[in-house]
Design a protein around this ligand. Structure first.
Ligand code: ZN
Length: 453
């Protein structure tokens, strides 16, 4: 068995209660359920969830009526396509509690995401919803390589953001020891990572990079410590940043996906195969649609991810349009899990920039920048309008102080962006430390274009 593990893993001394065995499942029966049974379970839960939504949420009832659909008429998963979509604006319009299927007094918790414009998006959970979420997050942590008995350092922000408490409850449900750090105080995080010997780090990828940088500056080599697994999410990130984080922190970097409107973190996660994220189909129905026509795309084709919740009490969602672009594959995975795999989400429709007719996601720029010699892996994109054209300026950070080298760096980055992405961007090299560091969710784009009403 040891021979099958990566040398870095095999060389370490494990102190956890369960060996980091390839075939550990938090909920084996659910995770490896034959697809036929899984789909029967989905249909049963779908009908119950639609009934819950229609009986308790006026908006869902009105939309279903308008579509001529009743929960009891849903006889197969294919009938899903006849049901109406829900989107983020529905949550904003129903601010704060209009989409809840339970009275506020029956809720155990509220979370909210701050919108860049207008009202925040408010989501609610019953005690059972919190327990379901903890179970799915525990399943996700285990799928990514965490084990009962592990020390899990949780650097996701605690508070209204779902990341911190989502990972926290999941880690406890798994049977791990949680260090509830939240974001910020990075020097202290580095010291505690080293002193306590966490095996697992949960953080946004941009904040994990901040931790790596501060550790190097403080002379703490986290690669020599107990860290083995990074569970990074809440931001789109690139394969290039994955390799960078793996090299600088000495861990295996795993992608976890979720959104508060659906639950929070733990909707989907990578397994050791790192070949897509398993979406937990016993609790969610996943569809990939053409964002323009709303029609499903053939399996394997890219499109917008749409999610229907199957077990949520307080906030059932019917065909929620995530704006995230991905592909899905239902072929069996080497890990033994039967749940579909979503390709790593590299961008959200809302994040996409259109620069002179070329679609660009910030993560594509990141993939070009990370690892280029002479650069630190920090950047910001500035979008401005000159006349009728949108102009992109990429602010990069030089690894060194020698300003005489900056013109060469700028020309090289400009050339790489043009040749790899096909977009012309201005490039400005900043001195070390001048690009703002992530304290949680990174600000990748400064959009200076006039706001259109
Ligand atoms: Zn797998």
């Amino acid at each position: 068995m040891t021979a099958m593990l990566q040398p870095r893993f095999a060389a370490k001394v494990h102190q956890h209660a369960v060996a980091p065995h390839r075939r550990y499942f938090f909920e084996r029966a659910a995770e490896t359920m034959p697809r036929e049974r899984l789909e029967r379970l989905q249909l049963r839960r779908l009908r119950a969830s639609l009934k819950n939504a229609c009986e308790h949420v006026p908006l869902h009832r009105a939309r279903m009526d308008a579509a001529g659909a009743r929960p009891q008429d849903v006889r197969s998963l294919a009938d899903l396509q006849r049901l109406p979509f829900t989107q983020k604006t529905d949550l904003r319009d129903a601010y704060p509690f209009g989409l809840l299927a339970r009275p506020r007094e029956r809720l155990a918790r509220l979370h909210a995401s701050s919108g860049t414009t207008g009202k925040p998006t408010v989501v609610g959970y019953t005690a059972r919803d919190i327990a379901t979420w903890a179970g799915l997050m525990a399943r996700s942590l285990a799928c990514a390589g965490a084990r009962p008995g592990d020390l899990i350092h949780n650097a996701y922000g605690y508070g209204l953001f779902t990341g911190g408490l989502g990972a926290h409850y999941g880690a406890e449900a798994l049977g791990a020891t949680v260090v509830p750090m939240s974001g910020g105080q990075t020097e202290r995080q580095v010291a505690l990572l080293a002193d306590f010997g966490a095996r697992v780090l949960c953080a946004t990828p941009s904040y994990a990079l901040n931790i790596a940088e501060v550790a190097e500056r403080e002379g703490v080599d986290l690669r020599q410590g107990a860290l083995e697994i990074g569970i990074f999410g809440a931001e789109p990130w690139s394969e290039a940043l994955r390799r960078e984080l793996e090299a600088r922190l000495g861990l295996k970097a795993m992608d976890v996906y979720g959104l508060s409107e659906i639950m929070g973190p733990g909707v989907a996660v990578e397994c050791e195969a790192q070949d897509g994220l398993h979406g937990w189909e016993d609790h969610f129905l996943f569809e990939i649609i053409d964002p323009d026509s709303g029609q499903p795309v053939p399996e394997g084709q890219p499109g917008e991810l749409v999610i229907t919740t199957l077990s949520k009490q307080a906030l059932p969602m019917i065909r929620y349009r995530t704006r995230d672009i991905t592909r899905a594959a239902s072929a069996p995975c080497a890990c033994g899990r039967t749940h579909l795999r979503l390709q790593r989400i590299t961008g959200r429709n809302d994040d996409m920039l259109i620069i002179r007719g070329v679609n660009v996601y910030p993560s594509q720029i990141e993939a070009v920048l990370v690892g280029l010699p002479g650069l630190a892996p920090h950047y910001q994109l500035v979008v401005e309008r000159r006349g009728s054209l949108d102009e992109l300026t990429v602010e990069v950070e030089a690894a060194g102080d020698d300003a005489l080298a900056y013109p060469e760096i700028e020309a090289r980055v400009k050339h790489h962006i043009k040749s790899l992405i096909g977009v012309s961007a201005a490039v400005v090299a900043k001195r070390p430390g001048e690009v703002p560091r992530s304290q949680g969710k990174a600000v990748r784009v400064r959009d200076l274009r006039p706001k259109t009403p």
